[in-house]
Design a protein around this ligand. Structure first.
Ligand code: TYM
Length: 335
């Protein structure tokens, strides 16, 4: 069967970008026949940015509840927390020792931090941790450990998947066997990057997100704060480059999108357009929100689900593979 794997960093409250770019396609894919799915909470990755223990824990609970509220069935997919599988951290080291430093130098997040420092006339590594630099290796371990074929992600993560292929290939080459399957990124083309309130990519780091489960009144307020141009009602509106239109498209059927594009051409007022977007998002999110609120109120149950997932997953895949890998690289097998 095809193995599909993806993760979300537990560094905040789940937002519509996570939903459209990761959770929704992943849950849909997990229902297909002949697919084995791996979905996890990347809490080790979250330590790179958020060094706030209470926040990391809260975020883990919220993101787990979001997946479950969106219909993920923990009995039919692997659903776990990254840090509950210590084999991931161990594999990270073996991959670190074959990963080219030059490749890591080119990672977008690391490069952006260095470039920012340079532009500000600072030492280029000021405030840059080795954790940020190593981010792609940890992510490669997430993917390679379970021999995932497909990794559904937003476009921002594609470079990391390519790096995972590279590290996997090097490891296979150095240790003389196809230890790892080389993964492919899977992007939902029409929703590749969901814009945020200001039109840039919706992202925790830009502070422009629409959290998935805010109360309806707040959701409405956020939708009404999406940037638009200054065209008056009656003037034809441009769909191209419109954050409002792209958000609409991510939640609409093809016919609804076409009708909305027509309304733009006919000069719909921005207030009306925003009301239509709000109604559309609320239609999809409302039932999920109810389930979500139910779930976050029972953190003990979520904790049990996550632990049970990791325990079974380690037994089935992680522990046996790591014992083979230890031998392959010339270390003692612990078992
Ligand atoms: P993260 O937590 O930043 O985002 C989780 C997923 O949501 C997608 N996403 C978006 N998609 C469309 N539009 C947006 N505005 C938007 N914002 C976020 C991301 O592309 C991602 O798919 N490094 C990863 C987590 C991770 C992972 C992995 C993913 C760790 N290990 C292994 C796949 C496989 C991250 O920080 O995603």
């Amino acid at each position: 069967s095809v193995r599909v794997l993806t993760g979300i960093t537990t560094s905040g409250t789940p937002h519509l970008g996570n939903y459209v770019g990761a959770i929704r396609p992943a849950v849909a894919a997990s229902r297909a026949q002949g697919v084995e799915s791996f979905y996890f909470l990347a809490d080790l990755h979250s330590l790179i940015k958020a060094q706030d223990p209470a926040r990391t824990q809260r975020s883990t609970l919220e993101i787990a509840a979001a997946w479950l509220a969106c219909g993920l069935d923990p009995a039919s997919v692997w659903f776990y927390r990254q840090s509950d599988v210590p084999e991931i951290t161990e594999l990270t080291w073996y991959l670190t020792c074959v990963a080219g430093k030059g490749i890591l130098n080119r990672a977008h997040a690391y490069k952006a931090a260095v470039d920012r420092n340079r532009a500000e006339g600072e030492d280029e590594d000021a405030g840059v941790t080795a954790g940020l630099f190593m981010y792609p290796v940890l992510m490669a371990a997430d993917i390679l450990l379970f021999n995932a074929h497909r990794v559904p992600v937003g476009r921002d993560q594609v470079q990391h998947i390519e790096m995972a292929r590279d590290f996997g290939q090097r490891f296979n080459h150095v240790y003389g066997r196809e230890w790892f399957t080389l993964p492919e990124a899977a992007i939902e083309e029409h929703v590749a990057t969901l814009p945020g309130l200001d039109g840039r990519k919706m992202s925790k780091s830009y502070g422009n997100t629409i959290p998935m489960f805010v109360p309806p009144a707040e959701l409405k307020k956020l939708v009404f704060s999406i940037v638009t141009d200054s065209r008056a009602p009656g003037e034809p509106k441009q769909t191209e480059g419109s954050a409002l239109f792209q958000l609409y498209q991510a939640f609409a059927t093809a016919e609804e999108s076409a009708a909305f594009a027509q309304a733009f051409a006919d000069g719909i007022g921005w207030g009306d357009a925003k009301q239509r977007l709000f109604d559309l998002v609320e239609r999809e999110i409302a039932p999920l929100r109810d389930r979500y609120l139910d779930l976050v109120a029972r953190p003990g149950d979520i904790e049990d689900t996550l632990r049970d997932g990791a325990r079974r997953l380690r037994e089935r895949y992680a522990t046996p593979l790591l014992s083979q890998l230890r031998e392959a690289v010339g270390l003692r097998d612990l078992s």
